[in-house]
Structure formats: structure tokens, C-alpha cells
Design a protein around this ligand. Structure first.
Ligand code: NAD
Ligand code: UDP
Length: 336
């Protein structure tokens, strides 16, 4: 299959790219490197021992997008490209609406123009907002609480309308829970450009000595130990879910939203313990106030993914922490 990966140089994109190449797909990566580097692509090429096409550019650039579709003629698109920092989206909402929403509209327009009928979109569990019940299934009401989450919600709605207007089209909206971990080789992984906002990259930088201590945001939640509980998903399992989703989209003719998680939750303190086991290093803690906008628990109902994609996560939190530590200790400064 010929697959166009927008944002394919990024964290989740690079892991998915490697799997697509290993399964003998033809791939073109389009990325503007606003949050990634050429080095991840160079390493994927080495690991796969295969070449792939690549374009440095922005999904909002319609000329470039048209040229790319003309030249590559993709059968399917996996659409990772976008901005993803919740805090930053509060300060720069228009940047988020431009890159995430306008960019996606441009992509869908181009797909229609060139007869490319299948899309897999990187959505997020943040579309659910405060839980009415747990685990979240795909019918749970959508009430995102920040501009980033709203861009994901709006793009989901736009893709639904796009699919409804074109009987040939098919879409899978993958709602990722909390992706963590790295490839087993330790050659590719998550490389935050500034101080990490997310828990596991933060813990990892404490373990390697780049940061002093972890601030635990809230210890009075209604959870086993009072700290926030999340459904962490290994990036390797997540990458596999994309291959299943592309395969599913090639046989389906509709738009399906599908949760991607493990169906199990871990608290902040449980993740800290797992990371201490994996790294053999203590993680100093500071019990801090709750972070604005955080929910107590977020856990996926993964039965739809099991049923439609014939997919399930196989890695546990120890695997996630071990692979993160392997990547971090082999690359203390990430790709730099
Ligand atoms: P990432 O930042 O590592 O990857 C995104 C890639 O898109 C980067 O390489 C960046 O340079 C590129 N990009 C951004 N804007 C672009 C544009 N306008 N044109 C071309 N390229 C552009 O992020 P990631 O963690 O790999 O996430 C991938 C997708 O999954 C994003 O859409 C993100 O919102 C979504 N997602 C991520 C998480 C997570 O925790 N990592 C959770 C849920 C959803
Ligand atoms: N968290 C924390 N300290 C940090 C970062 C995160 O205690 O430095 C907590 C956060 O409050 C939440 C969990 O870790 O309970 C996961 O947060 P993350 O930002 O990784 O993902 P989110 O689910 O918020 O998207």
C-alpha cells in the first residue's frame, strides 16, 4: 500500500513509519520539523534498512500538498501532523486552529481532489473531557476543555462530514489515551524540545539528572493513592494500531472513532515506582497542588478496537518504563 504520513518525523509518526516500512508498504513522510528533526527519519531508515520518500513542508501549503499527491499518489493518509501542547494552546489558540484545523481541511480537500479515499486521524482522549462514567467508550459525550482538545473535536466532526459527503471515503479517528515508551532498539523515542509537560518524559529526565525532582500534581484525587490515574499505552502497541486501522479503512466505507488504550489505569505514584524499577534510580518527589484542567481518572474502553481492528495492547507499564529508560540512557540529550 502507498501511505502518506503527515507529521511522520514526530514521536508517534516515526514509530509507525518503521512498522509500515517493515511490512513492505511504500511511504512518503511530509513534515515541517516544527517539533522534530531529520535525525529521527535517518534512524528509521537505518532500522528498517529501507528508503522512503520525504518532503519538508507544511500541510497548510496547498501547492506543496497538491504536488505531493500528484507525485506520490497515496492510497491512504495517516494524519499525525499538528501542534499538541495543551498549555500552549491556551496562549496561542489561533496557531492551533490554523495548524490543526485549517491544515486538516487542506489535506482533506487535496485527498478528495486526487481520489485518495482513506484517512486515519490522530485524535485524543482529551475530546471526552470530564467523565460521566468510566471507562470512556466511544459514545461518551465529547466536551473538550481546552483549545487543543477542541481542535481534535472539530477535526473529527469535519472528517465525519467529509466521509458522509463522499460514498467512497473511509476514516478512522484513533483516540489515543496516554502514549509512552520507545522502540526496543533505543534508537527512536520521544524527544521533547523543551521541559516536558507529560509525566513519563518528565520522570525520565529526572532519572537521567536533567531535572531535579518530579512535581506530583495532586494527591487528593478519588483514586487508589490520591494521585491522577491514566491509561498509558506503549507507542509500539499504538503504532501497530495504525497498521490495523489502515487495513480496516481499506475495507470499510464510513467514519469510525476508536479508543486506543490498554483498558487499565496506573496512578502517578505507580508510574514512578515502575520507572524506579526500570532505571534502578530513585525519583525524588515534591507533592504539589493539582494542575488546572486535570481529571482524576482517564481509562479507555478498548472493546471496539478489539472488535473492529482485531487489535489489543500487549505491553504493560514495566515494558513502557524500561523502553523509555533504554532510549533516555542511550540518548541523554534525545536526537541532539
Ligand atoms: P510530535 O509533535 O512528535 O509529532 C507531530 C509532527 O507533526 C512533528 O514532527 C511536527 O514537526 C509535525 N507538524 C506539526 N505541524 C505541522 C504542519 N503544519 N505541517 C507539517 N508537519 C507538521 O507529536 P506526537 O506525540 O507524535 O503526536 C502525533 C499526533 O498525535 C498529533 O496530532 C497529536 O496531537 C496526537 N496525539 C498525541 C498524543 C501524545 O501524548 N503524544 C496524545 C493524543 C494525540
Ligand atoms: N503529572 C504530574 N507531574 C507532571 C506531569 C504530569 O503529576 O510533571 C500527572 C498529571 O497530573 C496526570 C498524569 O501525571 O495525572 C498524566 O499527565 P500527562 O500530562 O502525562 O497526560 P494527560 O493525561 O494530562 O494528557
Amino acid at each position: 500500500m502507498r501511505v502518506l504520513l503527515t507529521g511522520g518525523a514526530g514521536y508517534i509518526g516515526s514509530h509507525t513509519l518503521l512498522k509500515l516500512l517493515q511490512e513492505q508498504n511504500e511511504v512518503l513522510v511530509l513534515d515541517n520539523f516544527s517539533n522534530s528533526s531529520m535525525e529521527s527519519l535517518r534512524r528509521v531508515k537505518q532500522l528498517a534498512n529501507r528508503d522512503f520518500d520525504f518532503r519538508n513542508g507544511d500541510i497548510c501549503n496547498s501547492t506543496l500538498m497538491n504536488d505531493t499527491f500528484n507525485a506520490f499518489k497515496p492510497d491512504a493518509v495517516i494524519h499525525f501532523a499538528g501542534l499538541k501542547a495543551v498549555g500552549e494552546s491556551n496562549d496561542k489558540p489561533l496557531d492551533y486552529y490554523t495548524h490543526n484545523v485549517t491544515g486538516s481541511v487542506e489535506l482533506l480537500r487535496c485527498m478528495r481532489r486526487h481520489g485518495c479515499k482513506q484517512i486515519v486521524f490522530s485524535s485524543s482522549a482529551t475530546v471526552y473531557g470530564e467523565a460521566d462514567y468510566l471507562p470512556y467508550d466511544e459514545q461518551h459525550p465529547l466536551r473538550p476543555t481546552n483549545p487543543y482538545g477542541r481542535t481534535k473535536y472539530f477535526v473529527e466532526e469535519i472528517i465525519k462530514d467529509w466521509t458522509a459527503s463522499w460514498s467512497e471515503a473511509s476514516a478512522v479517528l484513533l483516540r489515543y489515551f496516554n502514549p509512552v515508551g520507545a522502540h526496543d532498539s533505543g534508537r527512536i523515542g520521544e524527544d521533547p524540545l523543551s521541559t516536558p509537560n507529560n509525566l513519563v518524559p518528565f520522570i525520565s529526565q529526572v532519572a537521567i539528572g536533567r531535572l531535579d525532582k518530579l512535581n506530583v500534581f495532586g494527591s487528593d484525587y478519588d483514586t487508589r493513592d490520591g494521585t491522577g490515574e491514566r491509561d498509558y499505552i506503549h507507542v509500539d502497541d499504538l503504532a501497530r494500531a495504525h497498521l490495523s486501522a489502515v487495513h480496516f479503512a481499506s475495507k470499510n466505507k464510513a467514519c469510525e472513532a476508536i479508543n486506543v488504550g490498554t483498558g487499565r489505569g496506573a496512578t502517578v505514584l505507580e508510574m514512578v515506582k515502575a520507572f524506579e524499577r526500570a532505571s534502578g534510580r530513585p525519583i525524588p518527589l515534591n507533592m504539589a497542588a493539582r494542575r488546572n484542567g486535570d481529571v482524576a481518572k482517564s481509562i479507555a474502553d478498548v472493546s471496539k478496537a478489539n472488535r473492529l481492528l482485531d487489535w489489543e495492547a500487549i505491553h504493560n507499564i514495566d515494558d513502557m518504563c524500561r523502553s523509555t529508560w533504554n532510549w533516555q540512557s542511550l540518548n541523554p540529550l534525545g536526537y541532539k
